[in-house]
Design a protein around this ligand. Structure first.
Ligand code: DCP
Ligand code: MG
Length: 404
């Protein structure tokens, strides 16, 4: 097995291709992956610039601490609230998790998905701010608009990341994409005050890995010829599409790095992982990926969920649960209406005290974005789960969407 001819992907600027590549396209495929730096935290720092450079984590109960803070300093511009007034991680009790942390906080080992109480042990002095999804969504829309003005072929991959096809954008080939990446970084910063990191590579798979190489504020260029040096030493988990279960299976086969994966035959991987996934693993390890950048990405479903402050019981905490349930349905309905969708598959998710989750759904014979209709259908789903046990999380989802 050979690494594909690197020459095709190597030229800088818009230099003509070497004569022997006449059958190749006039441009090389340049795909960028852009990911915002410490996204939720960075948006919060726009409000509270006095926290710049400090360890800050975002998570925990919705707005309560923040409301107290604002009330206490009513009339004062947010940027002038003294640093000492902000709540600290060490004073937090509860079961929330961190959504993200600023880079200064990450130096203490805290990060996404870690419990706040555990994080408090690692970095007690970190400032704790509650999440404000609406604000993050607003900034998400704004930075994507900036990109679309510069490079129209963009695939929305979630609140803080996108793929962008640089191939046909004027100047997109210059310095293998670095020039355009720099322009996009600068434009986003000027419009929003936020920074991001960009990886540019021959395809989405490599671009996604590359965007992490120089975080924050980084640009990384990866060519096919870099495979051996930059990609193969990485752990398999860095491939988007290899999750913890596959990784465990790979480890059991003594495959830890992407290079070790690439060294196995396609036949062996197909035998162990099935025809389609095995073949994909092989292609991924060799840095090959032909997926296009898809501009119209329609949401599959809209959902809201919440983890309670303490485990709740369907009978004993009936009133509290009913209020949470109604509010989840209202928020899902509001999300649908704002995005201009309605759906007909309504579902619920419960996570029990032992962290086991169950989901139930039901498909209606009409589409809806109405909070009451969603609550009614979701209520019927709830009747089909075991409500004798205490649970810690409740979620409501609407799928089977169509544009209104
Ligand atoms: N997020 C979350 N829970 C997680 C992971 C992420 O709520 N377990 C949220 C918060 C992040 C946002 O999604 O700000 C984007 O996720 P990223 O993984 O891109 O993380 P960040 O943007 O925060 O940091 P980085 O600079 O590493 O991209
Ligand atoms: Mg990010």
């Amino acid at each position: 097995m050979q690494v594909p001819e690197p020459s095709l992907f190597d030229e800088e600027d818009d230099a003509p291709l070497p004569a022997r590549s006449t059958s190749a396209p006039a441009t090389s495929r340049r795909i960028a992956h852009l990911d915002m730096d410490a996204f939720y935290a960075s948006v919060e720092l726009l409000r509270y610039p006095q926290l710049q450079g400090l360890p800050v984590v975002i998570g925990g109960s919705r707005r309560r601490t923040d409301d107290a803070l604002l009330k206490q300093h009513e009339g004062l511009p947010l940027a002038e609230i003294p640093i000492e007034a902000f709540p600290l991680l060490k004073d937090y009790t509860g079961r929330g998790v961190i959504t993200t942390a600023t880079y200064p906080a990450r130096q203490f080992g805290v990060g996404s998905a870690m419990g706040l109480m555990k994080a408090a042990k690692l970095c007690p002095q970190a400032i704790l701010l509650p999440v404000d999804f609406d604000e993050y969504r607003r900034y998400s829309r704004r930075f994507k608009e900036v990109i679309l003005e510069i490079a129209p072929v963009m695939e929305d991959r979630g609140v803080d990341e996108v793929y962008i096809d640089f191939t046909e954008v004027p100047g997109g080939q210059r310095e293998s994409g670095r020039t355009l990446a720099r322009l996009i970084q600068k434009s986003i910063f000027e419009a929003t005050g936020l920074t991001c990191s960009i990886g540019v590579a021959p395809n989405k798979l490599l671009a996604k890995m590359a965007s992490e190489f120089n975080k924050p504020k980084g640009i990384s260029i990866v060519q096919v010829s870099d495979l051996q040096e930059k990609i193969w030493p990485l752990p398999c988990r860095k491939i988007n599409g290899i999750g913890p279960k596959t990784d465990e299976k790979l480890q059991a086969l003594s495959i830890s790095t992407i290079g070790e994966l690439a060294a196995r035959s396609k036949g062996e991987l197909v035998e162990r992982f099935g025809r389609s996934y095995g073949a994909w693993l092989h292609e991924a390890a060799w840095g090959r990926d032909e997926r296009p950048v898809v501009t119209e990405s329609e949401p599959v479903s809209v959902s809201r969920e919440t983890t309670f402050e303490r485990d709740l019981h369907a009978v004993r905490d009936k009133a509290e649960l009913a209020a949470i349930f109604t509010s989840l349905c209202e928020r899902v309905a509001a999300d649908l209406q704002r995005k201009g969708y309605e759906g007909r598959t309504i579902g619920v998710k419960l996570r029990y005290a032992d962290f086991k989750s169950v989901t139930r759904d039901q498909t209606l014979d009409f589409h809806t974005a109405d909070a009451q209709a969603i609550r009614h259908a979701a209520g019927l789903c709830l009747k089909r789960v075991d409500l004798q046990r205490r649970f810690r999380l409740l979620g409501v989802r609407v799928g089977g969407l169509r544009k209104v």
